[in-house]
Write a protein that binds this ligand. Structure first.
Ligand SMILES: [Zn+2]
Length: 159
């Protein structure tokens, strides 16, 4: 069995007048993430990690933000397409470990739901996706609540 690792990182700005979508679910918050799609920063980092593991470029390459068809798109659709891309190359997801950096809102209570939804979209076990949340101790752009960032690593394997 061949095992490969991939890494993903993403940032979106937090602005007023946008819905906040994170990990495939909508959260109640006075601001939301700005982007061409629904700007789900966690899903984007996971997509990049999956594509990176298969050496298949990045999310912007496959789903360009100049394409009208992706405007305000639900990132779960992009996640599903990403998994299909690597499955077509013979890869399966082993496990995912991700971290969201956000000062607010508090994410702890929402993480099990994010795991459930994302696992369902990717067709993997909830046990195989770990999602962690941290603040940056009020430091930097995430600390000032100007944006949210996310990191992800993923193992994929080919039988
Ligand atoms: Zn993004």
């Amino acid at each position: 069995m061949k095992i490969r690792v991939g890494f993903g990182y993403d940032v979106h700005a937090l602005v007023e007048g946008r819905e906040l979508w994170l990990g495939g679910i909508q959260l109640q918050h006075e601001k939301g993430l700005l982007g061409h799609s629904d700007a789900d920063v966690l899903i984007h980092a996971v997509c990049d990690a999956i594509l990176g593991a298969a050496n298949m470029r990045d999310i912007g390459y496959h789903f360009p933000d100049t394409a009208g068809e992706y405007k305000n798109i639900d990132s779960k659709v992009l996640l599903k397409k990403t998994v299909t891309l690597i499955r077509d190359k013979g890869y399966e997801i082993g496990n995912i470990d991700a971290t969201i950096c956000a000062e607010r809102p508090k994410l702890k209570a929402h993480i099990p739901r994010m795991q459930q939804i994302m696992a369902q979209v990717m067709g993997i076990e909830e046990e195989d996706i770990s999602i962690k949340a941290t603040t940056t101790e009020k430091l930097g752009f995430t600390g000032r609540e100007e944006g949210i960032s996310a990191y992800a690593v993923v193992l994929i394997n080919k039988l």
